[in-house]
Design a protein around this ligand. Structure first.
Ligand code: PGA
Length: 249
């Protein structure tokens, strides 16, 4: 039986006070749910205070990004080692907002994946097509390019988590049809199996996941959980998604 994973990406939201309050609510409302893995990814500034709230719970901590160098003259950047030292175990890499607003390329994503693992972090690698690419029938080509780009030259690949996030579905209220999403998840699984010889992989779906659509998406055979943006900013809606996964377990 697969174990679902629900990850909350808080993006650039929540002051430290707000983050601590949200983490406390998620902690109390999700108590007793043991069949689902839960990760929350606050902004950098709130990671340490949130760690103090959840350190004795089954909620784990992730960051939303990191740089691929160890340390040095890289103003404004954060290293994997810093993240590890404040209780992070996971890091989102290659989110489409990073690719779009900060021009992150497949080459940088690859370096970040490598460096995150060197520091003992588990990367959550995001891939997905734009609406234009989808309309041109390029979804599979784009997803394959991003997956192969992220994994080139990596070792220890069996730890990596993937998130398929069609860009047109992020923050728009539009969700991929569960069967269409599953087709891409299956494609990702097949690429990882045939090209990289990894048998077991967790692949999350992201893009306007909410309590009303979570169950339909996660009941698909290749959707192993959700990367949740907007709906993770509210404890009630985030925990409802966690419960949907628990009900399917
Ligand atoms: P959303 O964001 O749930 O708000 O669409 C998902 C994500 O960007 O990870």
């Amino acid at each position: 039986m697969r174990r679902y994973l629900i990850a909350g990406n808080w993006k650039m939201n929540k002051t430290n006070n707000e983050a601590v309050n949200l983490a406390k609510r998620i902690f109390s409302d999700s108590q007793g749910i043991e069949k689902v893995d839960i990760i929350i990814c606050p902004p950098f500034t709130a990671i340490a205070p949130v760690y103090n709230v959840i350190k004795d719970s089954n909620i784990r901590l992730g960051a939303q990004n990191m740089f691929y160098e160890n340390e040095g003259a890289y103003t404004g950047e954060i290293s994997g080692e810093f993240l590890k030292s404040i209780g992070c175990e996971f890091v989102i890499i290659g989110h489409s907002e990073r690719r779009k607003y900060f021009n992150e390329t497949d080459v940088e994503v690859n370096k970040k994946v490598k460096k995150s693992m060197a520091f003992g972090l588990t990367p959550i690698v995001c891939v997905g097509e734009t609406l234009e690419e989808r309309e041109k029938g390029k979804t599979e080509e784009v997803v394959k390019r991003e997956i192969v780009g992220a994994l080139q030259g990596q070792t220890d690949m069996d730890k990596i988590i993937y998130a398929y996030e069609p860009i047109w579905a992020i923050g728009t209220g539009k969700t991929a049809h569960p069967e269409d999403a599953n087709k891409i998840h299956k494609l990702i699984r097949d690429i990882i199996k045939t090209d990289f010889r990894i048998d077991e992989t967790r692949i999350l779906y992201g893009g306007s996941v909410k309590s009303s659509n979570a169950e339909a998406l996660m009941s698909q055979p290749d959707i192993d959980g959700s990367l949740v943006g907007g709906a993770s900013l509210d404890a009630k809606s985030f925990v409802e998604i966690i419960k949907a996964a628990a009900n399917l377990s």
